[in-house]
Design a protein around this ligand. Structure first.
Ligand code: AMP
Ligand code: ZN
Ligand code: ZN
Length: 403
């Protein structure tokens, strides 16, 4: 009995001595921050001294190219997995999944936390499988068991949690004793997305939020710098997409020309709608949708190849995309007009996002012209020395970033 207790107390030491304790504590750290809808050119429009300083001491990209559709959920999960939305299955913020016979919506907790929707392998699952701890103060997918796995520490999304509290928690995680400390951490802020939807990307309100986020990143940076292991921590600050100006004068209502009887299902939201025509009606649906100027409907197999979109079974026969600056709604909804939106073809420059990074892995003062968000998964797994899962990224594009 006594001997047993003695052995139990010694177990951690025995396990680590024999190499059975799989937890790895010598892995470099990566803290990845997302500022939702932070557009590529806000540094020059509004002034972002903290981000500029990260660029001077680390790396930045002139633009981070998002994946199509340039919406929050598809892109955060692309960043986490290195897969196009067409390959990971979060094909929009809302969609019908015939494989599950369920409708996914970002406001539906049950769906957001259902692991069956999420294909591919997010970074925290890769880390877990290789004995590395991770934590998430929000990230798309972190609330669902994916292959049965969550980050070791994670939170249910609640937009009322003050931004400063989120930063404090991340710094607390980084201060945990080594054996409990996460090595990969995500941190998400739903701004400047919310403000710029309401007031537009170029507005005093968006400017104020952009500047306060810049100084919040400064708080995080100062906190990281004061940690004893600061020199092992890499910080990445990025966004999921940009934001384009829209207005009421360029507005289409899909159901103005499309006969309801031809439609079996229609899901999505401006600017991308997925239309499942009634059997045999595909040509007619395309005809009626394309009567309107300011939007274009495609057979899914005819979508431009650079969108990498249209093969997933969750994408139905017809995809409608509003033109840059235009809004496509189903029917008039007075009072629901916004001044900014995203989701458009990534070739519209206003959809482009940001990428800044600093730390021991990154070169100092290096500016890349363009990066693609399918490459972020490889950037993180390379830094952390993790074996990556198959993904759509290309290593040649990221090697110039590293020391
Ligand atoms: P959108 O601008 O429509 O692409 O989506 C942005 C919205 O996604 C933000 O306003 C957030 O409130 C919401 N969001 C972000 N992460 C989550 C999450 N994990 N669960 C639910 N909603 C989220
Ligand atoms: Zn977003
Ligand atoms: Zn948004």
């Amino acid at each position: 009995m006594r001997l047993n207790r003695y052995l139990i107390a010694l177990l951690p030491a025995i396990l680590s001595f024999t190499g059975c304790n799989k937890e790895k504590t010598d892995t470099p750290y990566v803290v990845m921050v997302s500022l939702d809808a932070f557009r590529w050119d806000y540094d020059s429009i509004y002034g972002t001294p903290v981000l500029d300083d990260i660029a001077a001491k680390g790396v930045m990209a002139g633009r981070l190219i998002p994946s199509f559709p340039t919406k929050t959920f598809p892109n955060h999960y692309t960043i986490a997995t290195g897969l196009y939305p067409d390959h990971h299955g979060l094909v929009n913020n809302s969609f019908y999944a015939p494989d599950l016979d369920l409708v996914y919506r970002i406001g539906d907790r049950a769906m957001v936390s259902d692991g069956d929707f999420y294909g591919g392998e997010p970074i925290w699952v890769t880390a877990h499988k290789q004995g590395v701890k991770s934590a998430s103060f929000y990230w798309v997918g972190s609330e669902a068991p994916i292959e049965g796995i969550h980050p070791d520490y994670w939170k249910t999304y609640d937009d009322e949690v003050p931004f400063g509290d989120r930063v404090d928690t991340v710094l607390k995680w980084l201060s945990l004793p080594a054996e409990r400390r996460p090595h990969f951490i995500t941190l998400y802020f739903e701004e400047p997305d919310a403000t710029s939807h309401t007031y537009g990307p170029v507005s005093p309100e968006t400017g104020a939020v952009v500047r306060s986020l810049d100084s919040l990143v400064g708080t995080l940076r100062t906190g990281i710098a004061s940690l004893p292991h600061a020199k092992d921590i890499n910080l990445i600050v990025l966004s999921d997409h940009g934001m384009g100006a829209v207005d009421e004068s360029r507005y289409n209502y899909i159901m103005d020309t499309l006969p309801q009887a031809m439609v079996r299902r229609i899901y999505g939201g401006n600017p991308v709608w997925a239309v499942e025509p009634v059997e045999g009606m595909t040509d007619s649906v395309l005809y009626y949708l394309n009567l309107q100027h300011g939007m274009k409907a495609y057979r899914k197999e005819d979508l431009p190849p650079y969108l990498h979109y249209g093969t997933h079974p969750r994408i139905p026969a017809v995809v409608l995309i509003a033109d840059p600056g235009w809004t496509a709604g189903l029917r008039p909804e007075p009072g629901r007009y916004s001044k900014g939106d995203h989701g458009y073809d990534w070739k519209w420059r206003d959809m482009h996002a940001i990428f800044y990074a600093e730390g021991p892995a990154f070169r100092r003062g290096f500016a890349a012209d363009t990066l693609f968000n399918i490459d972020v998964y490889n950037i993180v797994t390379d830094i952390m020395g993790l074996n990556p899962a198959p993904n759509d990224g290309n290593r040649d594009r990221i090697s110039p970033l590293f020391r």
